[in-house]
Write a protein that binds this ligand. Structure first.
Ligand code: AHR
Length: 480
């Protein structure tokens, strides 16, 4: 039996809802035959976007969606994606060498903002800084955010169907500029960042500029960027990427590989601490936030329904759901510095929430975790003391309701858990939702879309209530 105590007086503050953010890149099958089916498709759609995915997204309250890359962003010309769709150019894109697929530009700025509005998310644009010029990115910002008819670009936006500004708030200046985004040194990138953020600093919508952070644990990147940057331009956050990789086969992993995968995911905690301490040397007041705008498992491709046609597409099992829960709990516990995170990616790719093709769609176990954790969005973080080994757990409070999310990391052992409240009593009714499967390799397919799904029960609780956490399970406890 494990015992946990909630201590409401100890809090890291508000859990920014953007921690529950997403990422959608023009790569493989994320958009084409995934999110986007086209307006003329027989597959039900909202103006071209797959209805089943939009409807499911609305249920998880996605706060923010990053686009158009990833690496794709670094060769993207925003002008290719505006104007009549049948006149848009077909282009080569960053990923062409990997899968020989071209870019039809059917989804461009207007379509993407429409998708964000359909699902209720803020758009977060990643701007190209290696194959364009600062004025072109400033022009994109002006096109998106200038008031109606203020400038010729604002008028052009109106001519293309959207007179009102898109009010895009989040702007990433580059992507992985230590690698696919130009192989820069941190000093080179810092100079490039200052150049772009200075030129692009237009203020229609409290725009927030985000710099490319490190690759995983490369703290030298953080140190050297901060040393060169010296607050020379506006900067909201430094965004690092961490893919925890794979351990064994995505579907047939062993028990040892289950634990290896979770160990790799748990590294996120130390990454945040290490980057934070490097940043604090130069930013002692903690003004600059951390964003993790790509995270997730990266298994070998080919296990998804397209059988390898969609680049990087992979299935997600209960193990991937556990990585999701573990990572989101870590973000909750660092909500004083982590302001946003974007799981990579939304559909038909790495660590995705949806698999889709033709008229078929299934949600993955990872989707269910995002749905179960949504009560943490904008809630007040609460410290959980006690015996947490073998578990991942975090708690928050909002509108008089406690949300506790607990994962039993054991492959085959049930855990029992008692939860108490420091300085108070827990009683009344609780909703208890459990996501698990007797086989940790279980996953959803087009034929069995509900194989892994959460089950909710309502129970009477008190301080002596014992919660049973099955092996390889994620439990949401909501106490009003
Ligand atoms: O998510 C796939 C790719 O992974 C992204 O384009 C890139 O930023 C990262 O390396």
């Amino acid at each position: 039996m494990k015992r946990i105590e909630l201590i409401p007086s100890e809090s890291k503050g508000k859990i920014n809802r953007n921690i529950y953010g997403h990422f959608s890149e023009h790569i493989g099958g994320v958009f084409y035959d995934g999110l986007w089916v086209g307006e003329d498709s027989e597959i039900p759609n909202y103006g071209g976007f797959r209805k089943s995915i939009v409807d499911a997204m609305r249920e998880i309250k996605p706060p923010v969606l990053r686009w158009p890359g990833g690496c794709f962003a670094e060769t993207y010309d925003w002008r290719d994606g505006i104007g009549p769709r049948d006149k848009r150019p077909v282009t080569l894109n960053w990923w062409y060498n990997n899968d020989k697929r071209t870019e039809s530009n059917q989804v461009g700025t207007h379509e993407f903002v429409r998708l964000c509005r359909l699902i209720g998310a803020e758009p977060y644009f990643a701007a190209n800084i290696t194959s364009t010029t600062p004025i072109e990115i400033r022009n994109w910002m002006e096109y998106c955010n200038a008031p109606e008819k203020l400038t010729s670009l604002a008028a052009a936006r109106g001519d293309n169907g959207d007179a009102q500004p898109f009010a895009v708030k989040y702007w990433g200046i580059g992507n992985e500029n230590w690698g696919g985004g130009g192989n820069m040194t941190p000093e080179m990138y810092a100079r490039r960042y200052i150049q772009y953020a200075t030129v692009c600093n237009i203020r229609f919508n409290d725009e927030k500029y985000i710099a490319c952070g490190a690759n995983a644990g490369d703290v030298a990147w953080t140190n050297r960027f901060m040393a060169e940057f010296r607050n020379a331009a506006p900067l909201y956050a430094l965004a690092f990427h961490y893919y925890c990789g794979s351990a064994g086969d995505p579907l047939k992993f062993t028990e040892a590989e289950w634990y290896q995968m979770l160990d790799k995911a748990a590294v996120m905690d130390s990454l945040i601490k290490r980057h934070r301490s490097a940043m604090r040397t130069y930013d002692p007041d903690g003004r600059i936030k951390i964003i993790v705008d790509e995270w997730g498992c990266w298994h070998p491709g080919g296990s998804g329904p397209s059988k390898g046609y969609n680049l990087f597409e992979q299935q997600s099992t209960v193990r991937d759901a556990m990585v999701t829960a573990l990572t989101l709990n870590i973000f909750n516990d660092h909500c004083d510095i982590v302001d946003m995170a974007n799981v990579a990616q939304l559909c038909n790719n790495l660590h995705c929430l949806f698999l889709a093709g033709g008229d078929k769609m299934t949600v993955t176990p990872t989707y269910h975790v995002f749905k179960m954790f949504k009560g943490h969005q904008d809630a007040r973080h609460i410290f959980c003391a006690g015996e947490k080994d073998g578990l991942t757990i975090s708690a928050s409070e909002k509108d008089g309701k406690y949300t506790i999310t607990a994962g039993n990391l054991s492959y085959n052992k049930t855990e029992e858990l008692k939860i108490s409240l420091f300085g108070g009593k827990l009683n009344g009714k609780a909703n208890v939702t459990v996501l698990t499967h007797e086989d940790p390799h279980a996953h959803n397919t087009f034929d069995e879309p509900d194989k892994v799904h959460p089950v909710t029960s309502v129970i009477d609780i008190g301080d002596d209530t014992v919660y049973t956490l099955p092996p390889a399970s994620i439990t949401l406890i909501e106490i009003a």
